[in-house]
Design a protein around this ligand. Structure first.
Ligand code: ADP
Length: 334
């Protein structure tokens, strides 16, 4: 998946470029800057000394030296005062400039820390939102794998309100499926005792009961595979393939595989990612999941969070992934 949020130490990331939250001098500092210089060794500082510093919102590139990454892109985030001093525009610029440099150096994989969210004081949830927004815009036009690296769980906070809304939704919907099963099996047994063989209408009767067009369309869809349903929905929504897989945060290779194999069985997160990208209703999502052999269940937090977003009409996959991450669930498309 083109954008992934991971918990790691950025100095350990074996990517083409890691991004450093530097200061204007580019001569090293604390936090992630200190960790990167420590891991890269003294040659990094020697190269940084030749660069003549860097303005806030801009970015410069050096070698990675002893790091697993080939390059370090140094960008200077804004110091957060009160949000009214152009901080957001500057922070957006850091991500844009860094991505442009990475692209100019043919980087296929890039890892960002949450710039400005440490000593520079940018509120972490807002810093994360800026990162996600700018990176996902960039990925709509460009092929690259981008990681947002979160160092510790505390750095990762979705908005308090969203967190509590989801927590409440989970509380309301999280059920012990066995209890439901017991209830259902009791009522099934009861109905067996009291009811004679059910009168099943034959197909013609069903046809007479339903508008023919609907039924014909439904019958045609019985044998439709996941891949066929996906392609049909893309057409119905008037999307291009690329719009769909990019919005689903699915990479092009995986999409081509699904497109060319009628019987392709995706993983559940991949199937859901497409449902989100296509902005399917809850019922349509269930239909699509069934094609891949899955269902949404109320005994699973992951499923309830997905249901929460779909029923609230929020189809932003990156926001959904933020929430899944905050609730320790695996991410969509991952
Ligand atoms: P800034 O001065 O831009 O705020 P900091 O280095 O103080 O930069 O913090 C930026 C973010 O980087 C913080 O969220 C901090 O938790 C995170 N961070 C610190 N060390 C690492 C590391 N080794 N890998 C990834 N992220 C890190």
């Amino acid at each position: 998946m083109p954008l992934e949020i991971v918990r790691n130490d950025i100095t350990k990331m074996a990517v083409d470029a890691i991004v450093n939250a530097a200061n204007e001098s580019l001569l090293g500092g604390g936090g992630v800057d200190g960790a990167i210089h420590y891991a890269a060794g003294p040659k990094l500082l020697a190269e940084c000394k030749t660069l003549g510093g860097c303005k806030t919102g801009k970015a410069k590139i050096t070698g990675g030296y002893d790091l697993p990454a080939k390059y370090v892109i140094h960008t200077v985030g804004p110091i957060y005062e009160d949000g009214k001093h152009g901080e957001k525009a500057l922070l957006e610029s850091c991500y844009r400039e860094s991505l442009a440099l990475a692209k100019a150096h043919n980087c296929e994989t890039v890892a960002f820390p949450l710039i400005s969210s440490g000593v520079y004081g940018y509120p972490k949830d807002q810093a994360l939102k800026v990162a996600i927004d700018v990176i996902s815009d960039f990925l709509l036009e460009n092929e690259m794998k981008v990681y947002i690296v979160i160092f510790d769980k505390a750095s990762y906070k979705i908005g308090e309100k969203l967190f509590s809304d989801i927590a409440e939704y989970i509380d309301d919907h999280y059920v012990d499926e066995r209890a439901v099963y017991r209830r259902e099996s009791v009522s099934i047994r009861r109905s067996f005792r009291s009811v004679r063989a059910p009168q099943v209408p034959d197909l013609c009767e069903y046809k007479a009961m339903m508008p023919t067009e609907d039924l014909d369309a439904k019958l045609k869809q019985i044998d439709e595979s996941f891949s066929q349903m996906l392609l049909r929905k893309i057409d119905e929504k008037g999307m291009t393939d690329a719009e769909c897989y990019k919005k689903a945060n699915i990479d092009r290779k995986l999409f081509s595989k699904i497109r060319s194999d009628v019987h392709y069985k995706p993983s559940k997160p991949t199937a859901i990612a497409f449902a989100i990208s296509l902005e399917l209703s809850l019922n349509e999502t269930e239909d699509m999941l069934k094609k891949a052999g899955f269902a949404l269940s109320h005994s699973n937090k992951f499923d309830i969070i997905i249901e929460y977003f779909i029923s609230n009409g929020n189809y932003n996959i990156f926001e959904i992934n933020e929430a899944l991450f905050a609730f320790d669930q695996s991410l969509l498309g991952a």
